[in-house]
Design a protein around this ligand. Structure first.
Ligand SMILES: Cc1ncc(COP(=O)(O)O)c(C=O)c1O
Length: 452
């Protein structure tokens, strides 16, 4: 990222060729990210498999890289599944975890021989009907809603007791085979994952006593990453924000507290600084003992001869991309607050988090003769709404900013580029390009005509 942004001529050429904004990818960091997880698992001698959660980034080259790194892929829609199959991902390395599954998605999964994570009884009945009429076998995982008192209620999956009742009551038929237990938790807490795995292993034991032969527990995604190295920077931002009087816009738009109170980090934003990430986090999960004398998660998995799977999206994409946009103008709001307008809209660098709390980087690329502004300013975008802020924090431009400069949003490959992007106002979606080792090239996803 630093190397690319250090070359303003190249950055200008990329914007000239692909438009603004453009999403740049280089997946080489994915290898290190996967290795961290695999090494932590290997140290505990467990059977372990990473599935890349495709929803985090839609590019096709990310699928290729995930395969190269010996990952499987977790897919959340029929188009994601179709694309993975077309790309050559073996069916045995795919899991469908879509929250709602169309009949066409289930049919494709059955024909292709892909494992499906079932959310509820209706989905089980659907696949029994579909496999019954096709005569084909289907491996399913039961999606477990973890019911531990320390873990918040979830809309996903069913509690263990419900699944036991369903599996008892419903005739699975010869074709549907329960291959594993799946869960995914909100948040990033290692201990919650450990409790989840213990509960899933308990369900595995019950399934085995009912004559089933499950082989894996899939603990979903939510493996943490850290966008900010400095804990002090992170804490300082929140404590400073807490001191500002209502209406003070020196730090955030309309003194937005971003869900925080009393100087603690906001609840509506991703924890952009985290101490424990990927490998060290997984080690904590595997070392955890649920009670005195109880086996650790790793030894319980080994004793049960169960493979542990996970579905990281964001933390595999860490370091794999940035978003580059062109400055269109600088001006003042009617009351004098400085604004910098970009050729970009706010869905093009946004996730479900209330804001992206990583500083953008200015690349001075404006043609000579453009007036530079030295104010601190808010970045505004192309949608015609007053609250169209690209980021809700105010930024300083010590070297000035001018129309034709470029602004880079670093480390956006996990969710920030794609998860809520829209083409409202008939503005085109951002182009996606990747460094293929020798040159920048368009990603195949931008050629894809989605069958909806
Ligand atoms: C079922 C499931 N698996 C995996 C993921 C990926 O999570 P993350 O990108 O936080 O690792 C999600 C995210 O919502 C999910 O719902």
């Amino acid at each position: 990222m630093k190397e690319t942004l250090g070359d303003p001529t190249l950055c200008r050429e990329l914007i000239a060729t692909y438009g603004s904004p453009v999403n740049l990818h280089d997946y080489s960091a994915m290898g290190e990210n996967v290795k961290e997880l695999n090494s932590a698992a290997a140290a505990h001698h467990i059977d372990f498999q990473v599935y890349y959660a495709r929803k985090a980034n839609k590019t096709m080259a990310a699928i290729d890289r995930a395969m190269y790194e010996a990952c499987g892929v977790d897919v959340a829609s029929i188009n994601e599944l179709r694309q993975c199959l077309a790309r050559g991902v073996p069916a045995t390395r795919i899991i469908v975890s879509a929250a709602v599954k169309s009949k066409a998605l289930m049919e494709l999964a059955i024909t292709a021989g892909v494992t499906v994570s079932l959310d509820n009884e209706d989905e089980l009945r659907d696949v029994i009907e579909l496999t019954g009429s096709s005569g084909q076998r289907l491996l399913v995982a039961l999606r477990l809603a973890i019911t531990h008192p320390d873990i918040p209620a979830t809309r996903f999956g069913l509690p263990a007791s419900e699944w036991m009742r369903v599996v008892n009551d419903v005739e699975l038929g010869a074709q549907v085979e329960v291959a594993g237990v799946h869960f995914h938790l909100n948040g990033y807490d290692a201990q919650a994952r450990a409790l989840g795995i213990h509960e899933a292993l308990d369900v595995i034991g019950q399934l085995r006593s009912m004559g089933h032969n499950p082989t894996f527990v899939d603990m979903g995604g939510g493996i943490p990453m850290s966008y900010l190295d400095s804990a002090a920077q992170w804490e300082n931002f929140w404590s400073t924000l807490a001191t500002l009087p209502e209406g003070d816009e020196s730090l955030t738009w309309k003194s937005d507290r971003l869900g925080s109170s009393g100087g603690a980090p906001g609840t509506g934003v991703y924890p952009y600084h985290q101490d424990l990430t990927r490998g060290r986090w997984l080690d904590k999960v595997l070392t955890y003992m649920p009670g005195p004398g109880a086996p650790s998660v790793a030894s319980a998995l080994r004793a049960a001869k169960i493979q542990l799977r996970c579905e990281p999206g964001r933390s595999l994409m860490d370091g794999c991309g940035l978003t580059l946009a062109e400055v269109a103008f600088h001006k003042k709001r009617s009351d004098g607050v400085p604004l910098v307008g970009l050729h970009m809209n706010r869905t093009q660098c946004r996730s479900t988090s209330a804001d992206f709390l990583l500083d953008p980087i200015l690349v001075q690329a404006a043609p000579t003769g453009r007036k530079r502004a030295f104010d601190s300013a808010f970045l505004v975008g192309a949608y015609c709404i007053e609250e169209e802020l690209l980021l809700r924090r105010r930024f300083e431009f010590p070297e000035g900013v001018a129309a034709g400069d470029l602004i880079a949003f670093p480390n956006t490959a996990g969710y920030l580029m794609h998860i809520v992007e829209s083409a409202s106002h008939q503005l085109p979606l951002a182009a996606n390009i990747q460094w293929d080792g020798t040159k920048w090239a368009a990603d195949d996803i931008d050629r894809e005509k989605l069958r909806l």
